[in-house]
Design a protein around this ligand. Structure first.
Ligand code: PMP
Length: 308
């Protein structure tokens, strides 16, 4: 199956998409990225890109903070992504990785007076946290404060913090690590936001608690209200509240909605997949595959039902 990338303004075969060893972003992490999923719908024989525009809006606004001036509008980036998807011809779940990066080949720690480029590539990608429910630990690595490196932006360099967390969790026999804020409240997983349910209340950390404003997080908040009549409380969560939760789940483009069964040595009351988590997860999976007529506005078809 041919794979393509979009690099320096052109579509090129993936094996020809190369950048030089002196590229600024490689040395200093000066890049922002997105992770976007395309979800295969067998009946429609279509790949639906989930909340494509919102992902590109987040990318462009992050790129501006890193003092980049991307040459592309959100709508052009959406078109480029659809075209990449069609060129690749994949008829399965896919993952799209856009990266806006400082492309100058030269040294010097700074953000100013550097050129930038925006690349995109697409790969087949199935489940990420591939288990019925995840076992999590509290990471010894804390999420950075907003005035350390803003966690609200998907800055490539920041992800070393996430990588420490993930590897520590795996090496200690867990599936995922949950990071706390610098002052000890619950922040998020290495690649996911977190929700708990306690006494019928749905609670998630607020944006100011060192989290990424996840698009899946927003999807869950929207669906909980519109479809299940449940308002989400966005407020700081303590570590002990996490241990005492009735249910807990993680949300993210890669991880979808993943139930949490255990945190550190504590098994949660739901002991697997909780009732609320199961309901929201079912809705979410229908919606991302374009199986819910009410939410087709979030699903951009790759093929437009023409070539499948
Ligand atoms: N937090 C972090 C640190 C992430 O990397 C991600 C994945 N992008 C998320 C949360 C979830 O964000 P989204 O739902 O937009 O994928």
């Amino acid at each position: 199956m041919p794979s393509f990338a979009f690099l320096k303004g052109q579509f090129v075969p993936l094996e020809d998409a190369k950048i030089g060893i002196m590229t600024h972003a490689l040395h200093y992490g000066t890049a922002v990225f997105e992770g976007i999923r395309g979800n295969w719908n067998e009946e429609a024989r279509e790949v639906y890109l989930f909340r494509l525009e919102e992902h590109y809006q987040r990318l462009i606004s992050g790129a501006r903070i890193l003092k980049m001036q991307p040459d592309y509008t959100v709508s052009r980036l959406c078109e480029i992504t659809q075209e990449l998807g069609r060129k690749s011809g994949l008829k399965e779940d896919i993952y799209i990785r856009p990266l806006a990066y400082k492309s100058t080949e030269g040294m010097g720690v700074r953000l100013h007076e550097l050129e930038d480029d925006l690349l995109v590539f697409v790969i087949p990608w199935g489940a990420y946290l591939d288990m019925e429910s995840a076992r999590c630990c509290i990471s010894t690595w804390r999420r950075p404060a907003d005035n350390t490196i803003p966690p609200a932006i998907k800055i490539a360099g920041t992800y070393v913090n996430n990588a420490f967390t993930k590897t520590e969790a795996i090496e200690n026999g867990f599936d995922e690590g949950i990071m706390l804020t610098p002052d000890g409240y619950v922040a998020e997983g290495s690649g996911e936001n977190i929700f708990i349910i306690k006494n019928g209340k749905l609670i998630t950390p607020p944006i100011y608690n060192s989290i990424l404003a996840g698009i899946t997080r927003d999807t869950v908040i929207t669906l909980a209200k519109a479809e299940l009549g449940v308002e989400t409380e966005e407020r700081p969560i303590t570590r002990v509240e996490l241990y005492q939760a009735d249910e807990c789940f993680l949300t993210g483009t890669a991880a979808h909605v993943t139930p949490v069964s255990e945190i550190d040595s504590y098994r949660l009351k739901s002991d697997g997949v909780g009732l609320f988590t199961a309901r929201i997860r079912k809705l979410y999976f229908d919606i991302i595959r374009g199986k819910h007529p009410g939410y087709m506005k979030w699903c951009t078809p790759v093929y437009g039902n023409k070539t499948t």
